[in-house]
Write a protein that binds this ligand. Structure first.
Ligand code: SF4
Length: 257
C-alpha cells in the first residue's frame, strides 16, 4: 500500500510503491491532490508568466509564446500592444510591421500571419471580442487547445488544464498518468481532469509549470530539494538527491514546505 512507507523510506530512489504498481485509482487521486496542496505552499504566487491586461493581450501573448520563453514574449508585447490595441488593428496590420516587432520570439513570419488572421476572424466572427467557448477559441488561427485553456483559465476565470511540455514531463515523472499516453496532450488533459477537482485546474497547471521551470527540469531535476519528492516515484532516478547538489539546479524562488 502506498501509505505503508515512511516519508524517509519513500525517499530511497526506486522504492516508491507506485513503481511496483501498488496504487489504486483512489490512491492516485489522493496523491495528485496532495501534490497540488504541497505545490500551493511551495509556490504561493504561481501565476501565468505572460504579461497581459485583457483577453486579447493574453491571446496574442500566448500565440507568440510557441517555441520561445515567456520572458522573451514579455519583452516584445509592450510595443505590440501599444501598436495594436484592438482586434481590428491586427486585422488591418501590415505583415512586415508586425514581423519587425515580434521577430525576437522566433517563427515570426508564421506568428505575424496568425496574429493578422486572428484579428480578422475575431472581427468577422466574434464582433472583435475574444470568445469564451473552447470550440470558438480553437477555431482561431494559431490557437490550439493549450492556448485556449490558458485564455479561458486566466482571462475568463474558467477552469482549464494547460498541457505544455513541462506539464507533460511532470505528469509522467510523477506517474499520475499512464505511460501509454505519451505526448498526447488531449488524452493527458482528460486523464488529469479525472484526478484534480475542476476548481483547481487552472492553479494546478500554474503550479506544475512553476515546478517544471524551477525544480523538475528536463535534464537533471533538483530532486534533493524538491517539495513533492515524497510523492514522486521518479525521485532520484534522473536528478541528484544530495540537497546541496540539487539546490544548485533550482532556478528562481521556492518556499520551504
Ligand atoms: S524534481 Fe525529482 S522528485 Fe521532484 S518531481 Fe521531479 S523527478 Fe520527482
Amino acid at each position: 500500500m502506498s501509505g505503508s512507507l515512511t516519508p524517509q523510506q519513500r525517499r530511497v530512489p526506486g522504492k516508491h510503491p507506485v513503481l511496483k504498481g501498488e496504487e489504486s485509482p483512489l490512491a492516485r487521486k489522493r496523491r495528485a491532490r496532495r501534490i497540488n496542496r504541497t505545490l500551493a505552499k511551495a509556490f504561493p504566487d504561481a501565476h501565468a508568466e505572460l504579461d497581459f491586461s485583457s483577453p486579447l493581450e493574453l491571446l496574442v501573448a500566448t500565440v507568440l509564446s510557441a517555441q520561445t520563453t515567456d520572458v522573451r514574449v514579455n519583452q516584445v508585447t509592450p510595443a505590440l500592444f501599444r501598436a495594436y490595441p484592438t482586434a481590428a488593428d491586427y486585422a488591418a496590420a501590415s505583415q512586415a510591421e508586425v514581423e519587425e516587432i515580434i521577430r525576437p520570439t522566433g517563427f515570426f513570419r508564421a506568428k505575424a500571419a496568425n496574429l493578422i488572421g486572428l484579428g480578422q476572424k475575431l472581427v468577422s466572427d466574434f464582433g472583435g471580442e475574444v470568445p469564451v467557448a473552447l470550440e470558438d477559441l480553437v477555431s482561431l488561427p494559431g490557437v490550439g487547445r493549450k492556448t485556449a485553456h490558458v485564455v479561458r483559465g486566466n482571462a475568463f476565470g474558467r477552469p482549464g488544464l494547460t498541457v505544455d511540455t513541462h506539464f507533460q514531463r511532470l505528469m509522467h515523472r510523477l506517474k499520475l498518468i499512464d505511460a501509454s499516453l505519451g505526448s498526447n496532450a488531449v488524452k493527458i488533459e482528460h486523464a488529469v481532469a479525472e484526478l484534480i477537482e475542476p476548481s483547481e485546474w487552472t492553479m494546478f497547471s500554474h503550479r506544475i509549470i512553476f515546478e517544471g521551470r524551477r525544480v523538475c527540469h528536463a535534464k537533471s531535476p533538483a530532486c534533493g530539494v524538491c517539495p513533492i519528492a515524497y510523492d514522486c516515484p521518479s525521485f532520484g532516478l534522473e536528478g541528484p538527491t544530495d540537497p546541496a547538489e540539487a539546490a544548485k539546479r533550482v532556478k528562481g524562488e521556492m518556499e520551504q514546505v
